[in-house]
Design a protein around this ligand. Structure first.
Ligand SMILES: *[C@@H]1O[C@H](CO)[C@@H](O)[C@H](O)[C@H]1NC(C)=O
Ligand SMILES: *[C@@H]1O[C@H](CO)[C@@H](O)[C@H](O)[C@H]1NC(C)=O
Ligand SMILES: *[C@@H]1O[C@H](CO)[C@@H](O)[C@H](O)[C@H]1NC(C)=O
Length: 971
């Protein structure tokens, strides 16, 4: 806003004078002030409240309450804000803008008696009610009235009709906080025949632009109607027939539509500024735009314009500020724009422009802000940009620029923002960047930069944000990275930095410091300062770090700590609990040992993500746990004993992964009350006994992943267990993928799924919710509950290696989302229900080693399963088995099986592990699915590809339906 005013002033000198120079006629002599007028002014002052030392952000910091100097012992012409006529002594100007006055100037105020008043400015105060109401019409000499930002946000403040009697008005500014009736609005435009300047920004008007009066006042030069609720088709509006218009601002009126008319408007020669930003105008930019020879400001930000930019744009040689961003413009534009050598600010980002940057761009030597981001520009960046040494911001993000970044920054003494991220730049960081003394923001992420960082820098004293992530930068981590005095954000993740971290931090501003050095090759110890300064977020995951400079951690501000996938060892010091702001503690995949400190469960703890998987923790799960836990990952340790009963207080818990320990307990049936629990993994422990009796009416209402495999559970499955797993029933396709947990606004935490294929573990991040039940390798017995059929969105079901008897429930045909079904190594009898052939998504089926009999169903999916899906069932016959079915309908025999356990580890197993991963902008909770594993590498590859696609799709919009996707894959 300020900036626009500045540009206006630049372009538009005469109006600038009109607005600002109000105090030229101050009289220097003595006692010329008319006594009665001084009295009226003092009366006016008495009726108002002044807060002399208040602060208003939109006023100059040196603004003072001008009425403070109003004192009867001095001549009123010397009072602040008062202007007198030098000959007559009459008060002709009153400027109380930014004077911290509140109250009401009502119809009885003596203000109306200042009959010679020509200029009245009450802008930027806290007044209420329109000054003088209808009696404003008594100020008959008034030529300039400024009531913008006049009071508090009361839209109902009506503009009185009396205003339209002020026939000498030349300039009227009512921006913000008023409402103008349609009649008054039309009258302002029509009856005030001397009006040159009218600003009604953010005033409620709600007028159809196509129905303005036919005889608009021809004196209008400056018309600003931004955010007034104007609507309708602009194409043939009367406004374009105003003969003297120089400035037209219609921005922020999204209901204005239509195409831009050809610029043969009456005012086309004199027009200086056009603003149609955030309107609904569409279509092409007409060729005739080149007729606007005087135009110095054009703003078309976020309209619905398209097509290519006409060559004639190059005729707008007076233009200083050009904004075309946020449209759908196409084609090659930069050589045309390079002719506009007065440009100070150019923003054409977020369009579909193409081509490379021509050398001629160097002609734009006045430019301070150049924004080309988010287009399809290609090629090298020419070194002629180096001539633009007045640049303060350069944005080239998200294009296809390639080659090395030219070493042109040595003369850029003003540059404070440099965005080169998300391109294909190669080669090393140009040295001259490190000399920029004013640079505050430097973004180079997602390129292919190589080489090492400069070992010494001479600039960057002001650098606050530095992002070098996702490049191929090598070499030793230079200490200066941590000695930038203004640093607050540093991301170098996913590079190949080596060496040790410096054991000193030298920055001025360490509050909310964000450091991400993950996915590099850093070695040695983690320096003490990382746990003692006012850091907010620290990610050192996926490096080769081996220890800590000191085992004492006491950063009171650290919220996010991720050290996973290093070689850290030793025990966890109690001081970890001194990090009282910690919400994310991720230490997975290290060699930590000892017990998990009990103090983590202190009532003051705010930890919500606690990921200690794949370490060597011993002992028991702490008796108390942070009650705000959303994720607890203890997979792959040596924990013994029982599941901590305090988990029942963790009502926000979403995922609990206790797999691969030595826990010795019965099924934690008491978790049934956790209304948010989606993932429960107990696999590979020493759990025993039956599932037990459910108490809740709706046990485990959100559960989507249940893995009890490789334990010693016994007994029959309570059929009520599956009746309430709402999370596995009719999963709303639109709602899958992300469960928003709003608590933490700047960190993504993605659950990983790891697949074990014959002993190899693969970590995969999953973006769509998969659902699975794995009860394999236990000693469950009895019938398979028919109620499993109600889990209509179940994707994976594994009941193998148990002692289930009876037949395969025909209700399984309701599992229409099922992709994999493993019932092998049980004691199931009778025929395979033919209806199972309706499970169109079923890709993997294993029924081997049961006592099934009769003909294998045929048709649809069943034509795709290999014969090892059925082996070990001697009484099955028909395709794909070699045994043909005779005519004699043998009734299947029931065998009593011997112990299966010798086949326990047949290499056919699947499992899920929920693995943590951190960092990003939103906290998304992504639940992954589990898969069967068969010797079907092709199928596995498909799955992995799907995941990659899903991640990409999520980034775009995540709207594709799973059903469609699968349909495509099957074809
Ligand atoms: C007016 O100003 C004089 C001199 O500056 C001062 O002595 C006097 O108190 C002031 N009167 C008021 C009412 O502020
Ligand atoms: C103005 O003064 C008259 C007479 O003193 C009074 O009746 C009226 O209510 C006043 N109006 C306002 C708006 O204060
Ligand atoms: C706007 O008005 C023009 C001229 O009258 C007409 O050609 C065009 O179709 C109208 N557009 C819309 C969206 O109404």
């Amino acid at each position: 806003m300020q900036y626009q005013k500045l540009i206006t002033a630049f372009c538009f000198h005469s109006l600038f004078i009109l607005f600002v120079q109000q105090c030229q006629l101050t009289y220097a002599g003595k006692h010329l002030c008319a006594r009665d007028e001084a009295f009226y002014l003092l009366q006016l002052k008495q009726g108002l409240t002044v807060e002399p030392y208040a602060y208003r952000y939109d006023c100059d910091s040196e603004a003072v309450a001008k009425t403070l100097s109003w004192n009867a012992t001095r001549d009123c012409c010397e009072w602040g804000g008062v202007t007198c006529n030098g000959f007559t002594g009459h008060v002709i100007g009153l400027d109380l803008s930014c004077s911290f006055v509140s109250g009401t100037i009502n119809a009885n105020s003596t203000l109306k008696k200042l009959g010679h008043l020509q200029r009245l400015n009450l802008a930027f105060n806290e007044l209420s009610g329109f000054p003088l109401g209808n009696s404003i019409s008594q100020l008959t000499s008034l030529t300039h009235l400024n009531l913008s930002h006049y009071g508090n946000m009361i839209r109902e403040m009506q503009i009185p009709a009396g205003l339209t009697n002020l026939s000498k008005l030349v300039s009227l500014d009512l921006s913000w906080h008023f409402t103008v009736g349609l009649t008054t609005f039309r009258s302002l435009l029509q009856d005030l025949t001397n009006l040159e300047v009218l600003l009604l920004d953010n005033v409620d008007v709600f007028e159809n632009i196509n129905e303005l009066p036919k005889n608009l006042s021809s004196s209008l030069r400056y018309l600003s109607l931004q955010g007034t609720g104007m609507f309708g088709n602009i194409t043939e509006s009367q406004i374009f027939h105003l003969p003297n218009l120089q400035v037209l601002r219609l921005g922020d009126n999204p209901s204005l539509t239509g195409t831009l008319p050809n610029f043969y408007w009456n005012f086309s020669k004199s027009v200086l500024e056009l603003d149609f930003s955030y309107t609904g105008i569409f279509g092409k930019l007409p060729d005739s735009i080149g007729n606007l020879h005087s135009l110095c400001y054009l703003n078309l930000l976020y309209c619905h314009l398209s097509g290519s930019i006409p060559e004639s744009l190059g005729n707008l040689t007076a233009i200083r500020e050009l904004t075309l961003s946020g449209n759908s413009f196409t084609g090659i534009v930069l050589s045309t724009i390079s002719k506009l050598n007065k440009l100070v600010r150019l923003d054409i980002s977020s369009n579909h422009f193409q081509g490379s940057i021509p050398e001629s761009i160097g002609n734009l030597t006045a430019i301070t802000e150049l924004e080309l981001s988010d287009n399809s520009f290609t090629g090298n960046v020419p070194s002629s940009i180096g001539k633009q040494n007045k640049l303060d911001s350069l944005y080239l993000s998200s294009n296809n620029f390639e080659g090395s970044i030219p070493d042109i920054f040595a003369n850029f003494s003003e540059l404070h923002t440099l965005y080169l991220d998300n391109n294909k730049f190669t080669g090393p960081l140009p040295y001259s960047i490190a000399t920029l003394t004013r640079l505050e923001l430097l973004y180079l992420q997602n390129n292919s930069l190589t080489g090492s960082l400069p070992s010494n820098i001479s600039g960057l004293q002001d650098l606050r944000n530095l992002d070098l992530s996702f490049n191929y930068i090598t070499g030793v981590t230079p200490p200066w990275l941590f000695h930038l005095p203004s640093l607050s954000f540093l991301s170098v993740q996913h590079n190949q930095l080596t060496g040790k971290l410096p054991n000193e931090l030298k920055t001025n501003y360490v509050e909310y410091l964000y450091i991400d050095l993950s996915y590099n090759k850093l070695q040695g110890e983690i320096p003490y300062w990382m746990f003692s300064t006012s850091m907010d977020s620290l990610d050192l995951s996926h490096n080769f770090l081996t220890g800590f400079e000191k085992q004492v951690w006491h950063s009171g501000s650290l919220r996010y700590l991720n050290l996973e996938n290093n070689f850290l060892q030793g025990t966890l010091n109690q001081s970890i609990c001194d990090m009282i702001s910690l919400e994310f503690l991720i230490l997975a995949h290290n060699n930590f040992s000892g017990s998990i400190p009990d103090c983590l469960g202190n009532s003051s703890s705010v930890i919500s993500i606690l990921d200690l998987r794949m370490n060597n923790f011993h002992g028991e799960i702490p008796r108390f746990l942070p009650t705000g836990l959303e994720y607890l990952g203890l997979y792959g340790n040596q924990l013994r004993g029982q599941v901590s009963r305090s988990l029942v207080n963790c009502t926000s818990l979403v995922a609990l992964d206790l797999g691969n320990n030595k826990l010795n307990d019965t099924f934690p049936i008491w978790l049934e009350k956790l209304a948010n629990l989606q993932v429960l993994i107990l696999k590979s422990n020493l759990f025993y006994g039956p599932i037990g009796d459910l108490e809740s009416e709706f046990p485990f209402p959100e559960l989507r992943i249940l893995d009890l495999s490789f334990n010693g559970f016994t007994g029959t499955l309570p059929s009520s267990l599956f009746k309430s797993f709402r999370g596995m029933m009719d999963l709303d396709e639109e709602n899958t993928g992300i469960t928003q947990v709003s608590k933490s606004n700047d960190t993504d935490y993605l659950y990983h799924v790891s697949l074990v294929i014959k002993g190899n573990e693969y970590d995969m991040r999953i973006t769509s919710i998969m659902t699975s039940v794995d009860l394999s390798s236990n000693r469950f017995e009895g019938d398979i509950p028919k109620s499993i059929g109600s889990l209509r969105s179940l994707v994976l079901l594994n009941l193998s290696h148990n002692s289930f008897r009876g037949h395969i429930p025909a209700e399984f045909t309701k599992l229409q989302q099922l992709e994999a079904l493993d019932l092998s190594w049980n004691r199931l009898i009778r025929e395979i229900p033919g209806q199972l052939s309706s499970l169109t998504f079923l890709e993997v089926l294993n029924l081997s080693y049961n006592h099934l009999a009769g003909r294998v169903p045929i048709g649809k999916q069943f034509n795709t399963f290999p014969n090892d899906s059925y082996c070990g069932n001697p009484d099955l016959c028909g395709f794909p088995l070699s045994k043909e079915c005779g005519n004699n309908n043998e009734s299947p025999l029931e065998h009593d099986d011997s112990d299966d356990d010798s086949f326990f580890m047949s290499g056919f197993t699947w499992e899920a592990v929920v693995i943590g991963y951190g960092c990003g902008m939103i906290f998304g909770l992504l639940i992954g699915g589990l898969m069967f594993l068969l010797e079907k590498p092709k199928w596995y590859v498909n799955f992995a590809e799907d995941i990659a696609q899903q991640i990409a799709a999520k980034k775009r919009k995540r709207q594709k339906k799973r059903r469609q996707r699968r349909g495509v894959r099957m074809n």
